[in-house]
Design a protein around this ligand. Structure first.
Ligand code: ADP
Length: 512
């Protein structure tokens, strides 16, 4: 652009045109002062001389003489435009662009010619050709671009469109040129207050907020449908005149793939949730004997206390005080039964997948309580070393509870053949570094196979148990991973098995 501007400025700074009057034989009848100055002759010196042979370089003479002869011929009344150089007295050549017309006598006879010449730069012709070639090349690039390219002037009127614009918007060029850019705004965005906010408006002068920035917005196709486009606006300013070019890419395909990708991500997530739910149902079904036992106790107690109350009333021995204390016992037992049911429902029901600020130590303790619903787990000694200074963390608590429960149950399975006093599960919570807290679950069971790669442990359906599903560790691994942490088995621990997982102090939200 700078080059074009330079050339224009050079033209603007040129001296005034020179004038030349020739007779029919091509001899000089008059020369303007500017012409004499340029050639370096006094007028008196040059009057009557033959213009072509005196004032033109040798190699231009024949060609130019023919042209002047043709101008002086009867049949050629149209003014002519030619470019040829003149030869000054000092031997310098000056290229000039000429406008040449016939001169007539009052009777209408051709008496010669009158020419006006404007000095052009020595390399103007080459530059003009180069400019034309470059413009043609640019046009080809514009027309073959995959983006629609639309230029508007200061009033928002479309001044230029490339071929792709026709393809994307469905309008032929002639229907777009001269229209205001708002012509391409979808009807839904038409009310002024709405489309003010749209990028089309940013293409207007006086607003350069979005120059050079990519934005997505809706545009209107000729057939009325709305299409998503990505717009970049470029501003061009020549000699103080601003214009704007919008480069628009049709992103319908991209939007479609994004929607498909989002849908498949959601489907994967749903499948994961279903799997995790199956895992919890599996745990619950394995714990069903324990659950029944756990529920039976408060229910039996309630029944016994209720009978006792009835007997007191039947025997007429009831005093309000003893009745009240028995009813209080009934209430307490009912609450215990309610707590057990709530815990089980939380485990098997659909879980709230949202991150909540959670005290991880409280979660560990309530998970131990839940695990102890299982009769097998009741013979285990739990040792907790929970750091008191842990920050609250944002987690999907139901999911992390499932992880801890899985690790506890696996530990229980690994210690099934031990004497009750040997069954110990240690749970440690600590902040290992600024960004993560870590939870370690250790047992005194059979331990892990040292030669077995860690990845295999976390593969779905890997199990060494007769009735194992092999899903617990795989699901736990993916839950921890989705929280931004890591679940590992520590093969160096030799007193049994050790699993640990980390959770970030700052959550990874939106992904679970
Ligand atoms: P499942 O418990 O149904 O087998 P998991 O994915 O929970 O499925 O566990 C996979 C396997 O990892 C188990 O079958 C067992 O071989 C091994 N494993 C897990 N936890 C322990 C542990 N605490 N001690 C020893 N082996 C374990």
């Amino acid at each position: 652009m700078q080059k074009t501007k330079d050339i224009i400025m050079d033209y603007l700074e040129l001296p005034r045109p020179i004038a030349l009057v020739l007779d029919a034989a091509g001899n000089i009848e008059h020369l303007s002062i500017e012409a004499c100055q340029l050639l370096g002759y006094e007028l008196s010196e040059i009057l009557g001389a033959n213009w072509v042979s005196m004032c033109l370089p040798q190699r231009w003479q024949l060609k130019t003489k023919r042209m002047y002869d043709a101008v002086s011929a009867d049949y050629n009344e149209e003014p002519q435009c030619h470019t040829y150089p003149v030869l000054a007295k000092n031997g310098r050549q000056h290229p000039l662009a000429w406008h040449i017309e016939q001169r007539h006598s009052p009777s209408g006879a051709i008496v010669g010619s009158i020419s006006t010449g404007i000095k052009v730069r020595d390399n103007a012709l080459q530059e003009k050709n180069a400019l034309l070639q470059s413009a043609a090349r640019n046009q080809a690039v514009l027309d073959n671009a995959i983006e629609a390219i639309i230029s508007i002037n200061a009033q928002g009127t479309i001044t230029h469109v490339n071929k792709t614009t026709e393809k994307i918007f469905g309008y032929p060029e002639e229907e777009l040129l001269g229209q205001n850019i708002t012509f391409l705004i979808p009807d839904t965005e038409k009310p002024l207050e709405h489309y003010r906010a749209t990028l089309w408006n940013y293409m207007m002068p006086d607003s350069n907020k979005l120059i050079g920035i990519n934005r997505e917005l809706g545009a209107k196709h000729k057939d009325g449908h709305q299409l998503p486009i990505e717009l970049t606006v470029a501003e061009i300013s020549i000699a103080g005149i601003r214009s704007f070019t919008g480069i628009m890419r049709d992103i319908s395909e991209r939007k479609l793939s994004e929607a498909r990708l989002k849908q498949s991500k959601e489907e994967v997530q749903q499948a994961r949730d279903r799997l995790a739910h199956m895992d919890r149902l599996h745990i619950a079904s394995e714990m069903s004997t324990g659950i029944a036992h756990e529920l039976n106790q408060p229910l039996t107690a309630i029944s016994m206390y209720a009978q006792a109350c009835r007997n007191l009333v039947d025997n007429g021995k009831s005093d309000i005080k003893s009745l009240l204390s028995t009813l209080l016992w009934i209430d307490k037992q009912a609450q215990r039964a309610g707590d057990i049911i709530r815990n089980i429902r939380a485990l098997v029901g659909k879980q709230d997948p949202h991150h909540q600020l959670t005290n991880i130590n409280d979660l560990i303790h309530s998970t131990i309580e839940l695990a102890q619903v299982d009769i097998e787990c009741r013979t285990i000694t739990f040792k907790c070393q929970c750091s008191e200074t842990l920050p609250m963390i944002e987690i999907v608590s139901g999911q992390i509870q499932q992880v801890i429960l899985n690790l506890i149950r696996n530990a229980g399975d690994a210690m099934v053949d031990l004497k009750p006093q040997e069954k110990i599960i240690s749970i440690i919570s600590e902040q290992t570094c600024q960004d993560f807290i870590s939870i370690i679950v250790r047992d005194t069971g059979v331990g892990l196979d040292i030669d077995q790669p860690n990845e295999q442990l976390f593969q779905p359906f890997y199990s060494t148990k007769t009735h194992g599903m092999g899903m617990g560790l795989a699901i736990s691994h993916s839950i921890v991973h989705n929280h931004g942490g890591k679940l590992c088995a520590n093969k160096n621990y030799s007193d049994g098995a050790e699993f640990s997982f980390t959770l970030p102090v700052m959550p990874i939200l939106g992904d679970h």
